[in-house]
Design a protein around this ligand. Structure first.
Ligand code: NDP
Length: 516
């Protein structure tokens, strides 16, 4: 069996290896997942809850080992391994457990304006939320535990099996997720991680029942095209180009602190990291001065043993080189690099210096392009309307933020920004709030993870309609006749209380029944 290595981009040392899977093995693995899903869904709920409890215990007890694996795959600072990954996994596991315990997987529902008629006719509707079966979780490299783990735990709590395809840059984390689920006592094969070349497309063209994909927009489009062949439903969590709007009444030091974290956490390799900062002209100079001062003070390097290191590496050499090319693009389009803009010459790993850009025209082509790294552009604006227009003038619509001391104004602006999530006076961190929805619009994707919406998207709403069968035929059944036709014509008015009336319809219906 061939192996795939993981390289720690902070040290450039091989940090481990995993067995690879050949694309031809995918159908058999999915078959195994399907079998395990049958066992899982047949287990009494208390046993499934006990598995979730053990899962939680393992993550908490083995947090340091999990953090070390995240670091081995990504080189990110130890504190980020805990803050952005493990805390997120713990929160989501607790939340998914609560949904498994309390969610009404079967519930009676009303039928809308026809409810009264249905009740009268002895008819009931129920929804059974049924798991899809086997969900494919295909993930990006930037949060190799937080993202695939949260999607997996929600899918499993909803009753599915999961085949995980981690990024080829982070295979150790994929295997770790599988082993944690196995250790927690979930049926063997319920959660399978597979690594190797060409596996993404082998999975999207396979017999999986749902795809939860996180990655670049171009790849997401390929995934959707492939899934379309079998009409497999997809959730696509794709790229972003998040705007931060700083109003003149904002707490500028706090905004500068927030921007520093939200633009350079994970070295800017975050779908929702701040990439465009629009600052009202009255506070532009003071914000920029404070922001640059704070960013200049950030220590970069291998943050595993040194807790003062804030900025880690890019994931690989290709992404590192891409940052240099983007800086060239920015300067050729009129931007001025006021900080950073180069590979860190003092470090051996794939480190790109935190980079701040000014003077870029707001309509420069690079403003509409995702930059998945530590490069941030700052622009001045004059009016609220202008800020909203600039923030919305982008193909991506994932998240964003407004900074103001007037919360009413913050809410007003937030509701006019096109996106999945908008924070007022904060940014980025709501991925760690499991009961709040996550998902973008436009080129940032479709569908939702997290929250009740995300949980429901892991299940099919199976509608069961029960008729006690009290009448021999319904008035709209064949053969048609004059009396039934008139009754049906009156029904429309009765439902919307304009003409006719429920009572007269009911009386006529009873008469029809007698005739039968
Ligand atoms: P990629 O799109 O390069 O890869 C994502 C995953 O898709 C990887 O596992 C990759 O495998 C796999 N893949 C590649 N080609 C195909 C294919 N044809 N069919 C199916 N799967 C395929 O993304 P990155 O890993 O570079 O991640 C960065 C991107 O992810 C950014 O654009 C970022 O904004 C986005 N992202 C979005 C989030 C959101 O919530 N909206 C969250 C986090 C990131 P392999 O590695 O083997 O190529």
């Amino acid at each position: 069996m061939s192996k795939m290595q993981s390289v720690n981009p902070a040290t450039l040392k091989v940090s481990g290896e995993v067995d690879t899977t050949d694309p031809s093995e995918v159908p058999g693995i999915i078959e195994g997942c399907r079998k395990a899903q049958g066992e899982w869904i047949d287990m009494p709920k208390r046993m499934r809850l006990a598995c979730m409890d053990r899962l939680l215990d393992i993550i908490v007890d083995r947090a340091d080992e999990i953090a070390a694996t995240i670091h081995a795959d990504t080189g990110k600072p130890r504190s980020e391994c805990h803050s952005t990954e493990i805390l997120t996994a713990i929160g989501m596991t607790k939340y998914a457990r609560s949904l498994l315990k309390d969610f009404k997987f079967k519930e009676r529902i009303k039928q809308g304006p026809m409810s009264m008629m249905c009740t009268f006719m002895g008819r009931r509707s129920y929804i059974e939320y049924q798991p899809y079966g086997v969900v494919a979780v295909i993930s990006s490299y930037n949060f190799p535990i937080a993202i695939p783990f949260t999607e997996t735990v929600m899918a499993v709590a909803a009753g599915n099996a999961v085949i995980i395809k981690p990024s080829s840059d982070t295979p150790l984390c994929g295997d770790l997720i599988q082993s944690i689920f196995e250790e927690a006592g979930f049926p063997k094969g319920l959660v399978r991680s597979v690594s190797g070349p060409g596996l993404g497309s082998a999975i999207t063209s396979s017999d999986v029942d749902k795809i939860a994909f996180t990655g670049g927009t171009d790849t997401g489009i390929e995934v959707m095209k492939s899934a379309a062949d079998k009409l497999v439903p997809v959730i696509l969590e794709l790229g972003g180009k998040d705007a931060m709007i700083v109003m003149e009444d904002a707490d500028v030091p706090r905004a500068a602190n927030g921007a520093t974290w939200a633009s350079f956490v994970n070295s800017g390799q975050v779908c929702v990291s701040i990439k465009r900062i629009y600052v009202q002209r009255e506070v532009y100079d003071s914000f920029l001065r404070m922001y640059i001062e704070r960013v200049r003070g950030l220590k970069q390097g291998n943050g595993w043993d040194d807790p003062d290191i804030s900025v880690g590496p890019m994931i690989n050499e290709r992404e590192l080189n891409r940052m240099t090319q983007i800086c060239d693009e920015i300067t050729s389009q009129g931007g001025r690099i006021v900080l950073g803009g180069r590979v860190n010459p003092n470090l051996d790993g794939y480190f790109f210096e935190p980079t701040v850009v000014t003077d870029l025209p707001v309509d420069a082509p690079v403003v509409s392009k995702e930059i998945f790294g530590p490069i941030v552009c700052v622009f001045p604006f004059d009016t609220e309307e202008e800020a909203i227009r600039l923030a919305n003038d982008n193909p991506f619509a994932l998240a964003g933020s407004v900074w103001t001391s007037d919360l009413e104004r913050g809410r007003r602006i937030a509701s006019r920004l096109r996106s999945g999530t908008i924070d007022v006076n904060n940014a980025v961190y709501t991925y760690g709030l499991p009961a709040t929805p996550w998902g973008g619009r436009g080129m940032s994707g479709i569908g939702t993870t997290h929250a009740l919406e995300g949980f429901r998207q892991m299940m099919h709403p199976h509608h069961i309609h029960i008729d006690k069968g009290g009448s021999r035929r319904d008035p709209w059944w064949m053969p048609y006749n004059k009396a039934d036709s008139e009754l049906i014509e009156d029904l429309g008015g009765a439902f919307f209380a304009r003409r006719g009336g429920i009572v007269s319809c009911a009386t006529r219906f009873l008469r029809t029944r007698k005739r039968e």
